[in-house]
Design a binder for this molecule. Structure first.
Ligand code: FAD
Length: 461
């Protein structure tokens, strides 16, 4: 094995692993969706209360435009809250599901804003017996803050175009991320328009106070969890790179030292967002899972080079300071069953390795790890995994070779059932590329595993 750049104690492994807590997962996603729905109903009732009886097509369009506008303003708050890194959401729902909700919610909110603009303009035009174009000019030039709100709308359309899947694939993550920051500018530009022109807020001080408080609360939470908390964590734990170790071609482990790392409260399977304070990396923060759980003075991540950031970590110098945000993620073992199946694809082994090392021996009646790689050179942690398996009496299957070369899919339901007798009685955890994860989840379902017993995470947003 290639020597690491500094002597680093062995990672937490067989002996040192901390058993995960028994987690009884509350139905957090359902509760959060219900709260979002109740908020939307409250917004509609605010509009209802302040809307006089509607007469005529123009008034109907205007009314529809008003409620769409209110729902857009509320939608912004929800979208930002989902990405505010609130620990209960990050841990209870999971970062990848939150990101999916955010992306889907973003499409709804853009549609609401666009519907608001079109319906209001058309409704005013009908009521004033004007053409839509001349009414649009009147709105832009005579109504307070409409011009700013229109700039906000165009900004949002631009961000939506950047976020469309086809464009997203061609963009570096950073470009996409910084384009997204313009959302805050759009929200700020549109805020005063809501009070200046919104019929539901005119003469309703209570509504104005409640609405402003909602925005202020979300702004405060963003500032606290995204800016202040990481700095406080840095001051307390003093995260510092201890060394970098090549694990396989294009894959390195980064050892991070610090104070009281075991007090971080991280669970196996979780991740942090890491900002390495080196010259070219300090402005980026990227998510990487723990591949070894924190001990008081050391923890480890393992990273595959996929682009600028991940590719630069091999040249990190010992002593580099690190700002770490987390722990995040709901991909943690629930320990509700006695048999656990772990399936890792490629670098998806990182959280799975941490889980594997932390499973208690009482599960030895059925711990199986399936590690899928296209090439034998891509397998990492082989010695560690074999040592953990020997200690636990667990089974490890290294499933190596591309499907094209093998001539079959070794993770199909048929082969999974052959590798894991009694598969339908297992609790399964899957982490790997999106395509592989989808296929394995489908194969597990086809093998009789209930949906609630299958947990998965992909590294793609
Ligand atoms: C929860 C989670 C845990 C992860 N854990 C690991 C890990 O343990 N080991 C590992 O090697 N990789 C992990 N990743 C993936 C890792 O974050 C990306 O490979 C890395 O950020 C790529 O950045 P880049 O600048 O090198 O490449 P870029 O060229 O910027 O991006 C390459 C690809 O990575 C994705 N990506 C980039 N940055 C991010 C980001 N901040 N959030 C989400 N997706 C991004 C993009 O979709 C893009 O397709 C994890 C991702 C997530 C979401």
């Amino acid at each position: 094995m290639v020597p690491i750049t500094r002597t680093v104690p062995a990672p937490s492994s067989v002996r040192t692993a901390r058993a995960p807590r028994r987690v009884t997962r509350p139905a957090i996603p359902g509760v959060v969706l219900a709260v979002i729905g109740l908020g939307a109903m409250a917004v509609v009732s605010l509009w209802w209360r302040d809307t006089p009886v509607i007469h005529g097509f123009g008034a109907m369009l205007t009314g529809a435009g008003q409620v769409l506008g209110l729902l857009s303003g509320y939608g912004f708050v929800v979208l930002v809250a989902l990405m505010a890194r609130l620990p209960p959401l990050e841990r209870g729902i999971g970062a990848d599901r939150l990101a999916r909700w955010h992306a889907m919610g973003g499409r709804y909110v853009i549609s609401l804003v666009t519907g608001h603009v079109l319906a209001i303009t058309w409704g005013y035009a009908v009521t004033a017996h004007e053409s839509v174009t001349s009414e649009a000019v009147t709105l832009l030039t005579s109504y307070p803050d409409v011009l700013m709100a229109t700039v906000a709308w165009f900004l949002l359309l631009g961000i939506a175009a950047f976020s469309a899947r086809a464009a997203r694939r061609r963009l570096a993550y950073e470009t996409w991320y910084y384009a997204h920051l313009y959302t805050y500018l759009a929200i700020a530009l549109a805020f005063s328009h809501q009070f200046a022109d919104g019929a539901s807020f005119a003469g309703n001080l209570a509504a104005r106070v409640a609405w402003s408080s909602l925005y202020a609360l979300i702004g405060g939470l963003i500032a606290w969890y995204r800016l202040v908390t990481p700095l406080l964590m840095f001051a307390r734990h003093r995260f510092t790179v201890a060394g970098v170790r090549p694990e396989a071609p294009g894959i390195v482990s980064v050892y991070i030292t610090g104070r009281d790392l075991d007090a971080l409260g991280a669970e196996p399977g979780q991740f942090f967002r890491w900002r390495f304070l080196a010259r070219s990396l300090a402005w980026q923060s990227h998510p990487y899972s723990l591949s070894a759980m924190p001990r008081p003075d050391m923890m480890r991540i393992t990273v595959k080079a996929r682009g600028d950031h991940s590719g630069s970590l091999s040249s990190l110098r010992p002593g580099t300071r690190v700002i770490a945000e987390g722990p995040y993620g709901a991909f943690t073992p629930a320990l509700s069953g006695r048999r656990v199946l772990l399936v890792a694809g490629g670098v998806g082994i990182t959280p799975i390795r941490a889980m594997f090392a932390a499973l208690p021996r009482r599960m030895s009646e059925g711990i199986t790890l399936i590690y899928r790689a296209s090439n034998p050179r891509d397998i990492v942690f082989r010695q560690e995994l074999d040592a953990i398996a020997a200690d636990r009496g667990a089974v490890v299957h290294y499933v190596v070779g591309s499907r094209a070369r093998l001539g079959y899919d070794p993770l199909s339901a048929l082969y999974l059932r052959a590798m894991v007798p009694g598969l339908h009685r297992y609790e399964a955890y899957v982490c790997g590329p999106a395509g592989m994860t989808r296929a394995v989840v489908a194969a597990l379902r086809a093998s009789g595993l209930r949906r609630r017993r299958i947990h998965h995470e992909t590294f793609d947003f």
